[in-house]
Design a protein around this ligand. Structure first.
Ligand code: SF4
Length: 751
């Protein structure tokens, strides 16, 4: 591991450094040859879906359908390192708790089910049947099914997710929090109300036809790297790419495509953003109102589309025109001239895509902001035509598919009707807990059992100390996982780790080798089939874990659980009868590249309450003051990180090596506070229930607006108050934390 170094990175994103880091990832996991072979089957027909992000595959028959971060994700899963019972015998849980997330991740693949033994403070081996019997006994001993919480991460396949929600609803609860609650919940709430679907409407073909692409609060160079390939192609053909991001992110500035011979051999690179604006954190709603104001003032609207398809125009117009420029400039941190410049690009473009990520969704007013994004698109008819539409870019590879399969704490009554009719039971109707409500319920003792299908709940969630206290109050915590993580160490009175197959591994069931399906960020559904021997003979697939748990817990269930998992086609046949858009699922998903789920807005049909798209006015200021603190902090990922998984300690594009506890800050703020780059600080946030602090963060001078800071999660998650969530969506406000800085008593200066 290298010594910490902070040094500006001047190269384009991608390039040779990306190839070098990819090789290093395979080498570090001891799988240079096998890993390279696995990569050639990533995102291919007859191969497996990358377990990284949800960006769609352009050509499932091309040789290279992966990126540097896809290599890291596959290498981490395909690692030669194994975590056996001997490892757990050598380390108490208390000792393991002292290790950081990078160390935990680096220990290798779990190999057999483990049970927490309180006497020795160690995980000890347990047989699968004993593990299922333990979970079943604790679930059936609850005085209400609503005292159990069942979390899902976005890695879970469609087949596993469908069976899992079926089991949970047969058990009797809708307590199905998922990682969508933490990321794009606000997008779903906003878009469903306005256009009748919570998903984006664009496809990759639209990226080929767009005349302008607006990117808000998103860092594709790290979080969806193959999106840079689309942006590069668009920029090369003259499409204008307009970026709004408080941070300068290299991937949005310049890109050298690692799969382009000319970029690699001749050193060429492509300028991505034709305009790059840096609003202040949380300034997006104001700048969007400014953009809409200019569009309206110049009458640059699609009158026919609005007349034929939209409601709410007059109210929106009145509200937007009433906003004054002084407030817009103050709230957005952008000048009127800058907003005017961006608006002219928008007005000049006959077809525009708007993309956004968690820089938009994790704020108190994120639903309002997304609705203003959608208003802007609707004003110019930028939906339901080639090259135009909303594109909320999803994170984990099947996060969108899991929702489609019914992983939702507030299921639609029609979905429950179909599920109950298909499987002969009466699904529960009351809504369940989302992530924040689930933590509250565990903290108060209302929820007693916590079951996680994948993910790293303790690290992904806000208010780390309170979440840990909540998990520790549980009678039983269970994690279905491939590798050791923080959540295994923050456990209930009893705890289980159930090791499962990875995406890249063979899934052998009673009737042969199985494939699963996933849905990407643009609603393409396709097959994913493992290509490697499992890391251990004791691993089970996620569908098998659900089915065996259901058999143990629900002996009177009419669902033929074992028959369903003997061949996953049978699960898909059931999905086809319950979930709209999956007719003839088994045949269509075997077409090369899979199939596209219908999105009515692509045909300008809007299944809203009124049957028309809805323009929704959003006041610039709603009278609810944000808590006062001199700085506003956003949590971000490093380049060597995917969600909570830390693959390394470098953040190449931002010039950080060997260090994660850093805070990015403007040069003049450093001077104002009397600090220098490299000084160590503590961060403190405020909420009505008190102060939260984290300590020992190195200050890094960075191109970020004054008054704004950025730092990595999960290290700064302890600063996010559990009760600070997006209105109407419940998403934690992890991109907008009011904080102050104090000189730290711990830590050292970095070079
Ligand atoms: S862009 Fe996302 S899905 Fe594609 S290879 Fe990279 S991490 Fe995997």
């Amino acid at each position: 591991m290298s010594d910490p170094v902070i040094k500006r990175y001047d190269k384009a994103a991608g390039g040779w450094d990306s190839l070098k880091r990819s090789y290093q990832a395979l080498r570090d996991e001891g799988i240079v040859g096998a890993g390279a072979r696995a990569m050639l089957r990533t995102n291919q027909d007859h191969g497996f879906d990358c377990p990284g992000c949800a960006w769609p595959d352009r050509n499932p028959n091309s040789t290279f359908e992966f990126c540097e971060n896809g290599v890291k994700a596959v290498a981490a899963e395909a690692t030669a390192k194994r975590l056996t019972r001997d490892f757990f015998a050598q380390h108490t849980v208390t000792q393991l708790s002292g290790q950081d997330d990078f160390w935990l991740e680096a220990q290798g693949r779990l190999t057999e089910p483990m049970r927490y033994d309180a006497t020795s403070d160690r995980y000890v081996p347990v047989l699968w049947d004993e593990a299922f019997a333990l979970v079943a006994a604790r679930l059936n001993a609850l005085d209400s099914p609503d005292r159990a919480v069942f979390y899902t991460s976005g890695r879970t396949s469609n087949e596993a997710a469908f069976l899992y929600q079926l089991f949970i609803r047969e058990f009797g609860t809708n307590n199905l929090p998922d990682c969508s609650n933490l990321c794009h919940e606000a997008s779903g709430v906003a878009l469903t109300e306005q256009i009748g679907s919570g998903k984006g409407s664009v496809t990759l073909e639209d990226f080929e036809q767009a005349e302008a692409i607006f990117v808000f609060g998103q860092n594709p160079g790290t979080n969806h790297p193959r999106m840079l390939g689309e942006l590069r192609a668009a920029a090369k053909r003259g499409c204008r790419i307009v970026v709004f991001n408080p941070l300068r992110e290299r991937g949005l500035e310049r890109f050298a495509h690692p799969q382009s011979p000319s970029d690699m051999l001749l050193g060429t690179q492509t300028e991505i953003a034709s305009r790059y604006f840096q609003p202040r954190i949380g300034g997006d709603l104001a700048l969007l109102i400014g953009l809409a104001k200019i569009v309206l003032e110049r009458d640059a609207i699609d009158h026919d589309f609005i007349t034929q398809c939209c409601d709410g125009f007059d109210a929106l117009r009145e509200s937007v025109l009433a906003a004054n420029w002084a407030d817009i400039e103050a709230d957005s941190g952008l000048s009127r001239a800058a907003i005017d410049d961006a608006a002219q690009v928008y007005i000049d473009s006959p077809a525009t895509i708007v993309c956004w990520g968690m820089g938009i969704t994790q704020h108190r007013r994120s639903v309002a902001t997304i609705q203003m994004l959608m208003n802007l698109l609707l004003l110019r008819g930028n939906i339901g035509k080639p090259g135009a539409g909303p594109c909320p870019v999803r994170g984990h590879s099947n996060v969108q598919g899991d929702r489609t399969m019914g992983i939702y704490e507030k299921p639609a009554p029609e979905f429950l009707d179909r599920l109950g009719a298909e499987f002969g039971f009466a699904p529960p109707r009351p809504p369940g807990f989302d992530v924040v409500a689930a933590i509250d319920a565990m903290a108060t003792g209302e929820a007693r059992v916590f079951f996680a299908m994948g993910g790293n709940f303790a690290a992904a969630t806000p208010d780390t100390l309170r979440t840990a206290e909540a998990l520790r109050r549980c009678d039983l915590t269970v994690h279905v996982s491939t590798k050791l993580n923080r959540s295994h160490l923050v456990h209930g009175r009893e705890a289980l780790i159930l090791p499962c197959l990875g995406r890249s591994e063979f899934d052998e069931q009673a009737e042969g080798r199985q494939a699963v399906t996933v849905e990407d960020s643009m609603s393409m559904v396709h097959l994913s089939a493992g290509i490697r021997a499992p890391a251990s003979e004791h691993l089970l697939s996620e569908p098998a874990i659900v089915a065996r748990l259901a058999c143990a817990t629900l002996p009177a269930s009419k669902t033929p659980w074992r028959e369903l998992i003997a061949h996953y086609d049978r699960i898909r046949d059931r999905i086809a009868r319950v979930v709209p858009g999956f007719d003839d699922f088994n045949a269509r998903v075997r077409h090369p590249g899979g199939f596209h789920l219908p999105h009515p807005a692509r045909e300008r049909r809007f299944p809203t309450v009124s049957g028309r798209a809805l323009l929704v006015p959003q006041p610039l200021r709603d009278g609810t003051p944000d808590p006062a603190a001199p700085f506003r902090l956003m949590t971000v990922r490093s380049h060597d990180q995917y969600n909570t998984t830390v693959y390394g300690l470098d953040d190449r594009y931002r010039g950080v090596r060997g260090l994660r506890r850093v805070v990015f800050i403007h040069r003049e703020d450093l001077a104002m506070l009397g600090f220098s780059a490299g000084d160590c600080v503590d961060l403190h946030s405020y909420w009505h229930d008190g102060e939260r602090s984290v300590s020992g963060f190195t200050l890094v001078e960075y191109d970020i607006p004054r008054g704004n800071l950025a730092s990595y999660f999960p290290e700064t998650n302890p600063l996010v108050p559990l009760g600070s969530v997006a209105e109407r969506a419940g998403t934690p406000t992890s991109k907008s934390i009011p904080v102050r800085l104090t000189r730290s008593a711990v830590g050292t200066r970095s070079s």
